[in-house]
Design a protein around this ligand. Structure first.
Ligand SMILES: [Zn+2]
Length: 366
């Protein structure tokens, strides 16, 4: 399994010069061979392969005008040619437009391969070919072999490294159950086994404090030292709330993915619902789209599936016992109802969850 790890790096002045030279060289090679490929096609009606351009590059470096390319990490230049080839392939597949020339403004990055341990972590630094050891911050611990590294410079002048690491496949499994979920605002979620998870209403709980900090900020003079301090304080508070919410979602999605082979949910149009101002605050507080995203990848990691049931299916109004449709249940205030056809007494959300499960299994079977 390949995984990416990103960190900010802090090159010194000399290293910055080397990096900038490398950005430039990779861009130059990309553009040079894009022009060559266009020319070859126009003049001789042939398309150059990636391998051909790589061979051409080797001889180009011997050319007196291009000797400076010999100082550059050769693997980074080769990766640049691979990128160019990939851009062509994507174009042929009809995925993208014809490859464009890279300008200095559009791209300040390169990628290089790990050969002979040229890229490695040592003493809180990361080493890359031609540049040497770079200080970094925020790199998570990982186990595995580094395949390649991408270095980039952001618009605000920050340097980043992204390592692609080959790690051992961890085999995750689930307990093979099936479940349907009805998500809501009253309850965060009710499942088809009748369990209810209470909505923690994270934002709501911390709202007062956030409003207070926001008010303090608005009283400070913009641009002053106190304003800056308060802005950071407010941002920290917002992050705290976001983290509490995320922790909650991770915990719940983890449990569900561990337990079930099939998880069925309603394919909610969260964005559309956010347009409804009455609901917007509560909905974004619950964090359904993030919850579904986590459920999707966590079930997939455990070889399970997340099934999204179309919203036009009336999961709330349908009796899960006999299939009778009861329009009286449409109103959100109806929490319990009795089916006029088969007399079954229903909890609104529990019944909906059962219907979502049945519909999901039906979709899975077809
Ligand atoms: Zn019924």
């Amino acid at each position: 399994m390949q995984k990416g790890y990103t960190a900010r790096i802090y090159p010194n002045k000399d290293q910055q010069l080397v990096l900038k030279k490398e950005f430039g060289a990779c861009r130059y090679v990309y553009n040079y061979y894009l022009a060559k490929r266009i020319q070859a096609y126009k003049q001789d009606n042939i398309s150059l392969s990636c391998y051909q351009t790589q061979k051409m590059l080797t001889s180009l470096k011997k050319d007196s005008e291009h000797t400076w390319l010999s100082d550059i990490d050769s693997m980074a230049l080769q990766e640049s040619l691979k990128d160019l080839d990939r851009a062509y392939q994507n174009f042929f597949k009809g995925n993208t437009r014809f490859p464009k020339f890279h300008s200095k403004r559009s791209r300040q990055s390169f990628r290089t391969r790990n050969q002979g341990n040229g890229i490695r972590i040592a003493d809180n630094t990361v080493r890359i070919p031609k540049v040497g050891f770079l200080k970094y911050k925020g790199l998570k611990d990982f186990d595995g072999r580094i395949l390649n590294a991408s270095v980039s410079l952001s618009a605000s002048g920050k340097y980043y490294i992204s390592l692609c690491v080959e790690s051992k496949d961890t085999v995750l499994t689930n307990n093979g159950s099936t479940v349907g979920l009805d998500v809501g605002i009253h309850e965060f979620c009710t499942d088809s086994n009748g369990n209810k998870i209470v909505n923690p209403r994270t934002y709501h709980k911390h709202e007062k404090k956030l409003i207070r900090e926001q008010r303090k900020l608005s009283r400070k003079k913009k641009g002053s030292a106190n304003y800056c301090k308060q802005r950071i304080r407010l941002a920290v508070q917002h992050e705290k709330v976001a983290n509490i919410r995320k922790d909650f979602l991770h915990k719940e999605s983890f449990k569900l993915a561990n337990e079930n082979q099939v998880v069925c949910v309603e394919d909610l149009n969260v964005k559309g619902m956010l347009g409804n101002h009455h609901l917007a605050k509560s909905i974004s507080d619950v964090g359904w789209s993030e919850f579904f995203r986590q459920l999707e990848y966590k079930t997939a990691e455990r070889k399970g599936v997340l099934i999204k049931v179309p919203t036009f299916y009336p999961s709330t109004q349908t009796c899960s016992c006999c299939g009778y449709q009861n329009p009286c249940v449409k109103k959100l205030t109806v929490r319990e109802w009795t089916c006029p056809n088969c007399n079954t007494h229903h909890d609104r959300d529990f019944n909906a969850a059962k219907n979502i499960l049945n519909k999901g299994l039906e979709i899975l079977a077809s």
